[in-house]
Design a protein around this ligand. Sequence first.
Ligand SMILES: [Zn+2]
Length: 116
Amino acid sequence: MPKPKKKKSSWAPERGEEAMVGGIMEGSPDAVGVAVIRLDCGCRKMAAVDKNGDPASEIIMYRAKAESICDRCKKDNGAFHRVTEQFIAWGTPRPPAPDRERIIAKVLGTTSSASH
Ligand SMILES: [Zn+2]
């Protein structure tokens, strides 16, 4: 099978995120992807999701280049209104598109990138 061409996507995991995603995937055999939630303070929330869009791991919070998450996150646990970006980093093989859309809708509560 030919490798899919790299499409310009609306998101790309940063290097630190990729490492975290890899670690979470490894520790979550049922996971098909990892939900990545970026907060306005720079902290990240991540959780593995299974093929049904259910959580496949605990929610993990971390802050790049820091030993712990910031004080704000400690207080509000990464409140939803501070989310700047959210997406799912899919494992390989990626689930089929209809599954991905279903999972995104369930996990992120939005349809994937609004169709214009
Ligand atoms: Zn924070």
